[in-house]
Design a binder for this molecule. Structure first.
Ligand code: 13P
Length: 250
């Protein structure tokens, strides 16, 4: 039985005080949820949100991380800095990082291994563009992102890995993959993971869907066999839209 994992990616929204205030509202509202929950504020807001989330059931996520432990890397934030402020989970390989900041699979892989080696959980994001989908390359693209993103990750570390399938064309567009289309890719993700590790490990793995998830579509997505959660952008920014998603109950 896989525990549903509902996560909010706040991207570059909310100031520090807005983030802390919103986190307080989430703690009050979501205490009864039986799901695994996470919010990922911007780097600057992490300490303030960490203080609010302490003792609650909501995990603290970061949206990115440097591929090195420390050094002369202007503008970067290290794994030790994230751990020091209480981050539990880090989102890596988000399509906005891959496409706007040209992050390669090799770079994402260095970050994934570093995060896991430092006992963080990692959400590895994968997903195809509309052109890749139209050219029938979904499995090629997603398979490569998985194999290269997880290269060198030990079987024993896999229980700290979540995969988020986020088709690029569905992010922030209001277009959601149909539950059936999403589920087919999620099933394929399990097949790839099964060939890399074991069927058992692939069955235990949490695979989130991301891309225009809203209170109105979360139920039908979560009803699919291989969809175990959601990585939510826009709808995670307001209590009215995030609470019904986070409180989702099968
Ligand atoms: P939206 O929910 O705004 O489409 O964003 C999804 C996403 O990118 C979450 O990481």
């Amino acid at each position: 039985m896989r525990t549903p994992f509902l996560a909010g990616n706040w991207k570059m929204h909310k100031t520090v005080s807005e983030s802390a205030e919103f986190a307080q509202e989430l703690v009050r509202t979501l205490s009864s949820s039986r799901n695994k929950l996470m919010v990922a504020p911007a780097f600057l807001s992490l300490p303030a949100v960490a203080a609010v989330l302490q003792g609650s059931k909501i995990l603290l996520g970061a949206q990115n991380m440097a591929p090195e432990v420390e050094g002369a890397h202007t503008g970067e934030v290290s794994v030790r800095m994230l751990k020091d402020v209480g981050v539990n989970v880090v989102i890596l390989g988000h399509s906005e990082r891959r496409h706007s900041y040209l992050e390669s699979d090799a770079l994402v892989n260095r970050k994934v291994r570093l995060a896991l080696d430092h006992d963080l959980e990692a959400i590895l994001c994968v997903g195809e563009t509309i052109e890749e989908r139209e050219q029938g390359q979904v499995e090629d693209v997603v398979g490569t992102q998985l194999r290269e993103g997880l290269a060198g990750v030990d079987p024993g570390q896999l229980d700290r890995v979540t995969i988020a399938y986020e088709p690029v064309w569905a992010i922030g567009t209001g277009k959601t993959a149909t539950p059936q289309d999403a589920d087919a890719v999620h099933a394929y993700i399990r097949t790839v993971l099964g060939s890399m590790y074991s069927t058992d490990a692939a069955q235990r793995l949490i695979v989130q869907y991301g891309g225009s998830v809203k209170p109105t579509n979360v139920k039908e997505l979560m009803a699919m066999e291989n969809i175990d959660g959601a990585l939510v952008g826009g709808a995670s920014l307001e209590i009215e839209s995030f609470a019904p998603i986070a409180l989702f109950d099968a």
